[in-house]
Ligand binder design. Structure first.
Ligand SMILES: Cc1ncc(COP(=O)(O)O)c(C=O)c1O
Length: 466
């Protein structure tokens, strides 16, 4: 039976995808090119593309074209899972120090520095510069108020209101980054020896804080797809008296998990039943490739969720600007902010507030999220072709994927060897207190996908799989 032209084109495109002429996450030829080269009308091309889109094989991205979809079954999801153990104190490793001293937490090649300054950052720098030039009189001699610049807090409140959480600027406190916000939160609701439940694998910065504050830790098994295992958390809460629980519902590091609404609701119920403080690390939310998820805080009717975030992941780490909304612990957090920092830089906050107010931040975010999505696609498609059996998370936001390699791989042992070859890897054990996940790595796609980074990735299999 003869086919319609659109069916012929659909089949031709399908064959190209199957033969990997266009790999996972890659862009198909534009509509214009397809019309010209296949000698068909625009309507025919669109019909063929819509058919493939309907089959879930490709997806349209605004102003970018059609891309081969990352089908969940094309890449295997990570499955490693920890068991539950009694609370223990933390002894965080020197490894993090080494990685941080190389500025390498989110790049295999931290010394590359070839990326041009994104336009959004140039605009930000101008805004901060203007605010600095506006400084008058002896303003520079005075501290800003402890809660932080009210203009910035107003902008942050508006920003959150667009994500389903309405708050007053009075319930926000500016901090020196999200790490500082997490520190203040833990100090406000826990005391030495208290037990805190954390995600595992989870953010190493939190483990460092718990160690310093001499808190006991229970690691709760966490999927790099759907976040903390709520049933396991429930089990933990039945067995031990837990004071606080730290979660990252939106694109948790290391794997970019997105917590479903049912888990969020259950966590809040558990918090009420067990009189828990929930510390929500929301730092990756604005990196969402699709709609930005509402924070857990938006559902918090009991005033138990302390929300922590910062500009580090979407705008600039160099700003060292974050914020915390402290729920029932807010006054204490304000006091602790004063004790630990006195105040933030006023001109810098004003510059960022102006940048948000005139819409520049929203424009930057849009560009940034599109770029991140493309880089994620490149990385996953690349890893798909690695010469070993891998499981890789497919995050819908965040800056990194979690890669599970065969069990015999030891990423800790590979770390110094990789350094010799000028590559800095982020080994899995960094994300747990007991050195688990030795066969796992976090690999970031934050930076531009280029020849040098591909070459660095090319060197990894022989280092990791000797
Ligand atoms: C989950 C998470 N929370 C907090 C932080 C710390 O962020 P900041 O640079 O704002 O202190 C990081 C940094 O890597 C992170 O990944």
């Amino acid at each position: 039976m003869s086919e319609y032209r659109y069916q012929e084109l659909e089949n031709w495109l399908l064959q190209g995808i199957q033969e990997q002429r266009w790999g996972l996450g890659e862009r198909l030829p534009s509509i214009r090119i397809l019309c010209r080269e296949q000698k068909v009308s625009k309507a025919t091309v669109l019909r063929a593309l819509h058919k493939l889109e309907g089959r879930g094989l490709i997806e349209a991205r605004p102003k970018s074209g059609y891309f081969v979809t990352l089908q969940p079954d094309a890449v295997k999801h990570p499955v490693s899972r920890i068991g539950i153990e009694a609370p223990r104190s933390v002894n965080a490793s020197d490894l993090l120090h080494d990685i941080m001293s190389r500025s390498a937490a989110f790049d295999l090649l931290p010394n590359l520095h070839t990326g041009d300054l994104p336009h959004g950052i140039t605009v930000l720098n101008r805004s901060i510069g203007r605010s600095l030039r506006r400084q008058r009189g002896d303003n520079y001699q005075y501290y800003d108020e402890p809660a932080g610049n009210v203009g910035l807090r107003e902008q942050l409140a508006l920003h959150h209101a667009r994500r389903g959480w309405v708050t007053s600027p009075d319930y926000l406190c500016i901090t020196s980054g999200c790490q500082h916000a997490l520190f203040l939160s833990l100090m406000a609701c826990c005391k030495k020896g208290d037990v805190v439940a954390v995600e595992s694998p989870g953010f190493y910065g939190v483990l460092q804080l718990l160690e310093q504050l001499e808190l006991q830790v229970i690691e709760v098994p966490t999927s790099t797809n759907t976040g903390v295992d709520v049933a396991a958390l429930e089990e933990v809460l039945k067995r031990w008296e837990v004071k606080a629980c730290i979660v990252s519902p939106s694109f948790a590091t290391p794997g970019g998990a997105l917590m479903p609404l049912t888990s969020k609701k259950r966590i809040l119920e558990l918090a009420e039943e067990h009189d828990l403080a929930i510390i929500e690390d929301d730092i990756y939310a604005d990196t969402a490739f699709g709609a930005i998820p509402d924070p857990l805080k938006a559902l918090d009717t009991q005033n138990r969720v302390i929300l922590c975030s910062s500009f580090s992941k979407c705008l600039s780490r160099d700003l060292r600007l974050g914020w915390v909304s402290g729920a029932r612990w807010h006054q204490r957090i304000l006091h602790l902010k004063l004790v630990t920092q006195l105040a933030n830089s006023r001109y810098q906050q004003q510059g960022v507030a102006e940048y948000m107010k005139d819409g520049s931040y929203a424009v930057h975010l849009r560009r940034q999220r599109n770029a991140l999505r493309e880089r994620r696609d490149h990385l996953i498609a690349y890893l798909h072709a690695w010469p070993c059996d891998l499981r890789v998370s497919i995050p819908e936001g965040g800056l990194a994927v979690w890669v599970e390699m065969p069990e015999h791989v030891n990423t800790l042992l590979a770390y110094p060897e990789a350094l010799k070859q000028e590559v800095v890897i982020t080994p899995g054990p960094l994300f747990s207190i007991k050195g688990q996940f030795k066969h796992c790595l976090r690999i970031s796609y934050e930076h531009p996908w280029n020849q040098q980074r591909v070459e660095a990735l090319n060197r990894l299999p022989s280092i990791l799989l000797p």
